[in-house]
Design a binder for this molecule. Structure first.
Ligand code: MG
Length: 203
């Protein structure tokens, strides 16, 4: 199983980090050891002093495919979840400056908490889902999938040109604006269409 993450998929977030708005999807991978399930705590890593939350809508691939046409991509997923793409922003900034890969900043243990998955029809049109993150009771990220630069289908079509998608693969589809640092003892609560899907502490 692999975890594919899309970067810079919301204009306002690309701008807040002074990144260009991309003309094709930017993606990177996290290992399966990054996953944290069942609202278990996120353990703050000792190698960073600036870990940021990035709340994202996540889909799970439900069949094998490669070079999938955009028009058929909707057949390759039928469940949705929320996840946090924790990012060691200090390490990422160093890597970006040197033009080096992001894995140490993005793929570390516990960097990918995930909620349970729900069938798409529970929430209606996946292209118009509202989602938000509260830290210590205050809303810090408030997004809607209608604002994605690249749709779920475009992402599946693009990524599958380069790597085969397999059943169980996860795609974190990018974060809206409002990313920021977390601290030990913070409480993160994430909502999809008003339903609380995640509630976990930073330890
Ligand atoms: Mg992200």
């Amino acid at each position: 199983m692999k975890i594919i993450c899309i970067g810079r998929n919301y204009v306002a977030h690309a701008r807040e980090l002074n990144n260009e708005v991309p003309d094709k999807p930017v993606f990177f991978l996290k290992p399966d050891s990054a996953l944290v399930i069942a609202n278990r705590p996120f353990f703050y890593p000792e190698f960073s002093n600036d870990v940021h939350h990035e709340l994202e809508v996540v889909i799970r691939i439900n069949r094998l495919g490669r070079s999938i046409e955009e028009g058929f991509a909707h057949r390759y997923y039928n469940e949705v979840a929320l996840g946090v793409d924790f990012t060691a922003r200090d390490l990422q900034a160093e890597q970006k400056k040197k033009g080096l890969p992001w894995e140490i900043a993005k793929g570390f243990d516990y960097s990918a908490p995930i909620s349970e998955f729900y069938p798409l029809d529970k929430y209606g049109d996946i292209h118009k889902l509202s989602f938000r993150l509260d830290v210590n009771g205050k809303t810090v990220q408030d997004g809607n999938t209608s604002l994605m630069i690249f749709s779920f289908e475009k992402i599946i079509a693009y990524v599958s040109r380069f790597m085969t998608l397999k059943t169980g693969d996860l795609i974190y589809t990018g974060t809206p604006a409002g990313v920021g640092p977390v601290a030990i003892n913070d409480r993160l609560e994430a909502y999809l269409e008003g339903d609380k899907l995640m509630d976990f502490p930073v330890k």
